[in-house]
Design a protein. Structure first.
Length: 360
């Protein structure tokens, strides 16, 4: 493990960059936001992100940061638990987004390196969220572990709480499989294992309550197509995707003999269990250079195509941010689940989920 001093954040806390490698892969994780700053495959960094701590703090976003206490959007400016109302900030128009004004991606985490018995390097990040932070009840103990195998990165999320609360942890890594440069992802071929998606209001991006079929819509990626093929037909005020897809749930033990066919059948037939979690295939993203497969234990994946990128600090290497420069696959619960009483975490329960980013 290589550890590099980055400076002090605006609160005077020293921050470091931690790098581990395994085979053709290496990652760099910052203790600021537990941010996945670099993801290098065969010598090419495939993540958008910022070079310096000052740039991250001054930017309006933090690609690769851990999202929490609740990733994506919640309506109404409040949480209700057992009849008690907890006000939460509306930091994105009508919505509360990614944990509020100061989400988990804006806090400094404790990062420790480790090695699994098989020699796999890890980086374990810890952050304790105080009771009442951004309005959320409960003292939440969070651990996010980056596990770097020779062909894949596993991100494992764990949390416990002292009081009933809502919890949804994710990562905002923004990929460009050509490399972190001045290209877009419009030509990336995307396959999404989802028959349904979460319909949202185009103005607020909050769910309408409907979960339409993707059939014959811009949201049908089941057979694979370029990211930019139908992005002008999503109903947003601008071309692009900022939508949750409901990942098809597939039991590995059942699917081995399903007799199915299609772009996902081969990987579904190899269904996987990781640390007791059932991992469902969510996304395959391809370019001539490489292929990225995303598997997750979460029920949804938010796909964001960098619709509003532009302005602000330069990305790594001095690259000027531009629209559609990256695509994010944020695995998570459905947006606004807390308004329906879902995604609840109680004392004595263990929040445990994982997402795999596999490269070849």
């Amino acid at each position: 493990m290589r550890k590099v001093y980055m400076g002090k954040n605006k609160y005077g806390i020293e921050c470091f960059a931690h790098t581990i490698s395994n085979g053709d892969l290496s990652i760099t994780v910052l203790d600021y936001g537990a941010t996945l700053q670099r993801f290098v495959h065969k010598g090419t960094d495939i993540l958008l992100g910022y070079e310096t701590l000052a740039d991250i703090e001054n930017a309006g976003n933090n690609p690769g940061g851990v999202l929490g206490r609740y990733a994506n959007r919640i309506s109404g400016g409040r949480l209700v638990l057992d009849g008690v109302c907890y006000p939460i900030p509306r930091n994105d128009g009508e919505a509360h987004r990614n944990g509020g004004n100061v989400g988990f991606d804006r806090h400094t985490w404790n990062v420790e390196d480790g090695v699994l018995p098989d020699g796999t390097p890890t980086l374990s990040c810890g952050y304790n969220s105080p009771d009442g932070e951004e309005g959320y009840p409960g003292f939440l103990i969070n651990t996010v572990t980056y596990i770097l195998k020779k062909t894949e990165l596993i991100i494992e999320y764990r949390a416990t709480t002292t009081r009933p609360t809502y919890c949804c942890l994710s990562n905002s890594a923004c990929f460009n499989l050509h490399g972190c440069g001045d290209t877009t992802v419009l030509d990336h071929e995307l396959t999404v294992n989802a028959d349904y998606y979460t319909e949202t209001d185009p103005k607020t991006l909050l769910p309408t309550g409907n979960r339409p079929s993707v059939e014959k819509t811009a949201f049908d990626f089941r057979q694979g197509k370029p990211v930019g093929a139908d992005m002008d037909k999503t109903g947003l005020p601008y071309p692009g995707y900022d939508h949750n897809f409901l990942v098809n749930h597939t039991s590995p033990s059942v699917c081995k003999n399903s007799g199915g066919s299609g772009p996902f059948f081969e990987m579904i037939a190899k269904g996987e269990i990781y640390a007791g979690l059932e991992l469902n295939p969510a996304v395959i993203c391809r370019t001539p250079e490489r292929e990225l497969t995303v598997l997750t234990s979460m029920p949804g994946v938010r796909i964001y195509t960098g619709n509003l990128l532009g302005g602000g600090p330069a990305f790594k290497g001095g690259v000027k941010p531009r629209k559609y420069q990256g695509v994010s696959f944020e695995t998570e619960f459905e947006p606004d689940s807390p308004s329906r009483g879902e995604a609840r975490l109680n004392p004595g329960e263990f929040y445990h989920h994982a997402t795999v980013f596999r490269l070849k």
